[in-house]
Write a protein that binds this ligand. Structure first.
Ligand code: IPM
Ligand code: MG
Length: 354
């Protein structure tokens, strides 16, 4: 098949990990005889430097015309001035909103060869295989923000329609997994959470009676994620809770450098990015972990291009590189091996794919 993929390397380690993602995409193209046309565009700090905006119109338009978008990371100390008019993160939020990508899928599966690399005990981690479905274009991230001299506010808003559609995405996933959905909210305090709980209950009762729904408060969820993580299957939650819980969940697999994500809307087009940030402290050193980005490429193949065998081949190749002990610096020491570099990790995946 032929597909157009816009590449947004972004800032910090973004360009380094994206280069490895593209290396693997190229290997998939050769092996399975596809043509992937890639187009680079600017986002985040790189875009601010060049155009004074975090998401130039040309970038958004290119993405709207593409089949999928692969993104590295945005942000860094250079653009951190609290008085700055524009921040790199605004580019990320704007592209999620601009492409209508309301559903953020963040799979968290423990690789058996990394059981010892987490800060948690291996027996707690065995069998962990969950997916967090994070609402991505609503809630406190996008509500009105006000700053006055001696006070500030961020408004959290959810509509019935926004909750319905994200619950449906999660329920469809749960239906082909263990038929178990946990909806996470803070209904004991927040009105938006009470709406969320009501809508989730109705949608599940009316449309997904074959999937068992349970509700959990977000603070309890934070606890259970490290107490009995293998009990979770699909989690659905609002934007901010999903952001926080997935950083926590990444520690189950040993490192943020291992977790991919897919952001989807109504059509097939999606945006794929590692859940980690731009890691300015290690940028440019060739030591960043590219596996999260490479696994995001697998999600791109699966969700936007319907290339299921190709996606699985990439995931298997990553698993076999990891099983061979080929691990970058974020996780190597914990796994008891010497670290490899970013491009060595990409090469290992390409070799395993061949
Ligand atoms: C994420 C990140 C972003 C978010 C930041 C960089 C704006 O933390 O994708 O999880 O909060 O959504
Ligand atoms: Mg985050």
């Amino acid at each position: 098949m032929r597909a157009v993929i816009v590449v947004l390397p972004g800032d910090g380690i973004g360009p380094e990990v994206v280069a490895e993602g593209l290396k693997v995409l190229g290997a998939v193209a050769r092996k399975f005889r596809h043509e992937f046309v890639t187009r680079d565009a600017l986002i985040g700090g790189a875009a601010i430097d060049a155009t004074a905006t975090a998401l130039p119109d040309v970038t958004l338009n290119q993405c709207l015309d593409a089949d999928a978008v692969l993104l590295g990371a945005v942000g860094g100390p250079k653009w951190d001035d609290p008085k700055a008019r524009v921040r790199p993160e605004q580019g990320l939020l704007a592209i999620r909103k601009g492409l209508g990508l309301y559903a953020n899928l963040r799979p968290v599966a423990v690789n058996p060869s990394l059981l010892g690399a987490s800060t948690l005990r291996p027996e707690i981690l065995a069998g962990v295989d969950m997916i967090v479905v994070r609402e991505l274009t609503g809630g406190i991230y996008f509500g009105e923000k006000v700053r006055e001299r001696d006070r500030a506010s961020d408004l959290c808003v959810y509509t019935v329609g926004e909750v319905e559609r994200i619950v449906r995405v999660a329920a469809r996933l749960a239906r082909v997994r263990k038929k178990k959905l946990t909806s996470v909210d803070k209904a004991n305090v927040l009105e938006t959470s009470r709406l969320w709980r009501e809508v989730a209950t109705r949608v599940m009762r009316d449309e997904f009676s074959d999937v068992a729904l349970s509700h959990m408060l977000v603070d309890a969820c934070a606890m259970h994620l490290i107490r009995r993580p293998a009990d979770f299957d699909v989690i659905v939650t609002e934007n901010m809770f999903g952001d926080i819980l997935t950083d926590e969940a990444s520690m189950l697999v040993g490192s943020m450098g291992m977790l991919p994500s897919a952001s989807l809307g109504e059509g097939k087009r999606g945006l794929y990015e590692p859940i980690h940030g731009s890691a300015p402290d290690i940028a440019g050193k060739g030591v960043a972990n590219p596996y999260a980005t490479i696994l995001s490429v697998a999600m791109l193949l699966r969700h936007s291009l319907d290339l299921f065998a190709e996606a699985e081949a990439v995931e298997r190749a990553v698993a076999s590189a990891i099983a061979a002990g080929l691990l970058p610096g974020d996780i190597a020491a914990a796994a008891g091996v010497a670290p490899i570099g970013t491009s060595e990790a990409g090469d290992a995946v390409v070799r395993a794919l061949a």
